[in-house]
Design a protein around this ligand. Structure first.
Ligand code: ADP
Ligand code: MG
Length: 577
């Protein structure tokens, strides 16, 4: 076929396809226009999954009669006037592409009136042409109605999912905007049904309550921090769930950059990292986060629908997101209750030397000595907020699996394996940071048989394994000899741990660095198992060491190390109250 310039109509449809991918894209563009127009009320109506009808009504500034024509012209916008403005856009739209794109793929009509005009203006387009224009009475604001979306683009129509899927995309979108603009009264009507109403009170938690329920809203923790005080600082505000509230997918994590709903891997990772070690694998937090920074530091122009953004100061943004969330999450960790009784706290500041292992062993941990240990236990980079344990007195062991302990408010059952895992994990991670993992030479080298892919991995990870305390030597083509193993594995089965680490080093999460993986696997294999009898002294030592960890309440995989039966619960159960 010879080269030909496409007919304008065809070119337009192709270009429109980039902006208008599905019904939700239309809703997005129209809602963004309403928000840019300063609306306080935005109503979205959808029929037939959006292909039959989408109508967005707002009470914003409206379009002056003599500009209505222009609004439908490609690259016509009231939001920027030159290249310089592109650097500092603070509106959601700026390309002047939405309305002309919609004309190319649907029938559209618009009714609008500004505050100073007496009558409104009406225009309608069909098959890319204006078919009607005139003036009509209407309230201040704008109503855009889009009908028969993609009717002339059968290929696109074919690829649309079931109307319920399209509807869920649309509700997701509207609710996200409601979270980003708590002062706007959004309502969403699907096939005549009222499915969502945002209160428009200006309070984020009111929207969260409406969306995720009052109980969740009550427990959310609000944050508002600036990375630094000058005008270039990154402000991060919103609310995050405590580790006790989780969901099994990421749709409850809403991220906005300068009030724009975005996908940005760095922010998403920073958010989930902040919960590291606190949530079970596969669980995700509920988060609504606004990142605000000077528009010059964000590029929103990288994606046709502006769903992705880029930062000029990625690391600063990462930190600005990670730190405040981490601080409140670690501080809020409330299972079990963690208040030290008053008399204990008084002793905490005393400078007396460590008491002997007396009074049931539990006063030892109350001296300043413990504080120093803890400070040391914190890795220098992360500067965790320490969340201590209550003072615990060991009572005994249950089912060779749990340590029974008494605390200031009732009974605590500590899982000996997960607790020990937490202890070892932090210890090993620290040793890895300081490259001083203790290794233990074996009297007899251990022969480990390897699959070809394990062999490959071994070769590329030799130095990693060496820093983890494994001294390995090749032995033929499909085996190796273990000459030394990490010290803490000497009592368990080092061969199994070694193979598990080999497998782990190539698989799994891309965000976990090898030190983390190594520490996790080593601690899991090195920790005491359920079914192992512990002496009272061993149990006391376990609790003592657990107290010194940064995150004593969860194992490295996020499982709890303990459960708490409060005194009041016991009283209630025994009918004492
Ligand atoms: P953009 O939003 O990128 O400027 P659009 O094609 O979405 O481009 O809209 C073109 C122009 O029409 C906008 O710049 C704005 O001036 C006007 N406009 C569109 N929708 C509305 C609305 N709901 N209220 C007021 N003005 C609007
Ligand atoms: Mg727009």
């Amino acid at each position: 076929m010879p080269i030909r310039v496409l007919q304008p109509e065809v070119a337009m449809k192709i270009a429109a396809g980039e902006v208008i991918e599905r019904p939700a894209s239309v809703v997005k563009e129209l809602v963004e226009n309403s928000l840019d127009a300063g609306s306080t009320q935005v109503t979205v109506e959808v029929r037939g999954g959006g292909t039959q009808l989408i109508r967005v009504t707002d009470d914003g500034g409206g379009i002056p009669a003599d500009e209505v024509d222009l609004a439908f012209r490609r690259h016509a916008t009231s939001k920027i006037s030159g290249l310089a403005d592109l650097q500092s856009v603070n509106t959601l739209g700026f390309r002047g592409e939405a309305l002309p794109s919609i004309i190319a793929v649907a029938e559209i009509s618009l009714l609008t009136r500004t505050r100073t005009e007496l009558a409104g203006t009406y225009v309608a387009f069909k098959r890319g042409m204006m078919v009607e224009q005139g003036s009509r009475g209407c309230p201040e604001g704008t109503t855009v109605t889009v009908r028969h979306l993609f009717a002339t683009v059968p290929a696109r129509l074919k690829f649309l999912k079931a109307s319920s899927t399209e509807v869920s995309h649309i509700s997701q979108l509207v609710t996200q905007y409601a979270l980003a603009y708590p002062q706007v009264r959004f309502s969403l009507l699907i096939d005549g049904r009222d499915v969502f109403r945002a209160p428009g009170s200006g309070k984020l938690l009111d929207v969260v309550a409406q969306l995720y329920g009052l109980e969740t809203a009550k427990q959310m923790i609000e944050i508002d921090r600036r990375s630094r005080e000058d005008k270039d600082g990154v402000r991060v505000w919103g609310c995050v769930s405590p580790p006790s509230i989780t969901r099994n997918n990421r749709t409850y994590i809403s991220l906005f950059v300068n009030r724009r709903w975005v996908q940005n891997r760095r922010i998403a990772v920073a958010t989930e990292e902040a919960y590291r070690g606190m949530l079970q694998v596969g669980r995700h937090p509920v988060v609504v986060l606004n990142v605000e920074l000077p528009p010059t530091d964000v590029d929103v122009n990288v994606h046709p629908a502006k769903g992705e953004v880029k930062f000029t100061r990625e690391d600063e943004v990462f930190d600005a997101v990670y730190r405040p969330i981490r601080a409140v999450i670690v501080g809020s960790s409330s299972v079990p209750a963690m208040h030290l009784p008053a008399e204990v706290r008084r002793q905490d500041g005393a400078s007396a030397p460590p008491a002997a292992f007396d009074a049931g062993g539990w006063t030892t941990s109350l001296t300043t000595d413990r504080r120093d240990d803890r400070a040391e236990a914190r890795s220098p980079q992360t500067q965790e907020v320490v969340c201590g344990l209550p003072v615990l007195r060991v009572v005994g062991q249950l089912g060779e699996t749990y340590v029974v302990a008494e605390g200031p408010d009732g009974m605590y059952l500590i899982d000996q394996h997960t607790a020990h895992e937490r202890i070892l994990f932090e210890k090993i991670r620290r040793q890895l940071e300081e490259s001083r993992v203790q290794s233990q030479g074996l009297l007899e080298p251990l022969l480990v048989e390897l699959t070809p892919s394990q062999g490959d991995r071994l070769e590329s990870n030799l130095s990693t394994l060496a820093s983890g305390g494994f001294e390995v030597e090749a032995f033929g083509s499909n085996a190796c000899l273990l000459r030394a193993v990490p010290w803490l594995l000497q009592e368990s089965n080092p061969k199994d741990a070694f193979v598990a680490i080999l497998d782990e080093l190539s698989a799994g999460s891309a965000t976990l660095e090898w030190k983390e993986k190594l520490a996790m696997t080593l601690s899991c294999h090195g920790a005491v198992r359920a079914g192992q009898t512990l002496t009272l002294d061993e149990m006391r030592e376990l609790i003592k060491q657990l107290e010194k960890t940064n995150l004593p309440r969860t194992c490295p995989h996020g499982r709890p190390t303990m459960v708490h039966l409060s005194s009041s619960l016991l009283e209630k159960e025994f009918g004492r109250r």
